[in-house]
Design a protein around this ligand. Sequence first.
Ligand SMILES: Nc1ccn([C@@H]2O[C@H](COP(=O)(O)OP(=O)(O)OP(=O)(O)O)[C@@H](O)[C@H]2O)c(=O)n1
Length: 409
Amino acid sequence: MTLRTASLSLSFPDLPCDLDLLPTSAYLVGGAVRDALLGRKGAYVDLDFVVPEKSVETAQQIANYHRAGFVVLDEARQIARVVFPQGTLDFALQEGATLDKDLRRRDFTINAIAYNFCQQQAIDPLGGIQDLQRGIIRMVSPENLKDDPLRLLRAYRQAAQLGFQIDNDTREQIRLLAPLITRIAAERVQSEFNYILAHDLGNKWLQYAWEDGLVTPWFPTVDREKFAEIESVAISAKYLVNKWHNFGENCPKWLYLAKLATLVTQKPEIAESELEKLKYSRSHIKAVTATVKHLLYLQTLTSPLSLREQYFFFLEAKKVFPILATRAMTVGVDSAILIPLIERYLDKNDLVVHPQQLLTGNDLLQELQLQPSPIIGYLLTEIKIAHIEGKVSNKQEALEFASELLKRN
Ligand SMILES: Nc1ccn([C@@H]2O[C@H](COP(=O)(O)OP(=O)(O)OP(=O)(O)O)[C@@H](O)[C@H]2O)c(=O)n1
């Protein structure tokens, strides 16, 4: 067995515990080694160890010693987790007879480096360190990509996250194997798309993934123009946040949803089925489809909305407004229509967005001697709109307005 080894004292400043109880045969593997070599630090530490035997017992001992949480993640494969507030340590049985075999089963060379804390030594059988230095994502082998086709998409996600390039032969293999992506559980695919969409460099890599055949099975109407549009979504979001500083609350989340709303078919019912196929949560599906629907409405407008129309618009669109405004700005909804809506949305005292209730349904029943019926709801709505329009401003005026309305109908 030839292993290229390197004496490296990697620094792990954020370790959630001291590693005194770590068996000498334990190796840190995967993303933590890669990120330490790159000097990347995460807010949360997620360390994966492989051991030749007793993975569950090792995790249990470390958890007991530190009074940390302990959970068996996979009984059959003997994977167990130690949980600290600052991070987790996972222990897995080495796959294959040797560490070398384990590393050779992994996805990319940069993820196939192991590090031994006791010997302060890195084991790098596939030249992962060199690829890290060059910024290259290189498959371990085409067979490994076939073994778990999610790896096809992981390449683009990791390229975006690390600012790396995908090696040419690897990309060629990915193109050949792209149809296999449909065999992967939707939740796993969704998670990769989420990472890509959320990342600043994600759009470029999403486009490459699309060119290589990994996006169309999930988002069939995507074409080249979509990527220019996603780029503009990010620019619109930046503009909105710069111009109206309080617009930016929870910006990463709505920017990501605005990108997702750009990617789906621009027909609300079909968009819903696309997102369901990828097992998105109900709240994400609702936000995206509502955005698509309200955007279609804004695009049909030729003049600014009346106060009444704005009331009904915000009644439905308030929850998704930042996502919608970003999309609307991107597709060029007339600013005479859009800007007043944005300004209203940002005004916490605006009556159109936050209508007040001058009286309750019970007030109407008692004061106007009415029976419960849908008319009560109608009157309450009309009173709110009259308040917005400045026609009424207190309970007495509201009652008079309601009884006038009843007489007229
Ligand atoms: N489909 C996969 C998933 C993971 N791995 C291997 O398992 C390690 C840990 O996987 P994971 O925690 O999912 O990803 P990381 O590489 O750690 O990266 P990140 O934390 O950014 O997701 C990877 O580095 C890689 O060696 C793999 O070979 N194939």
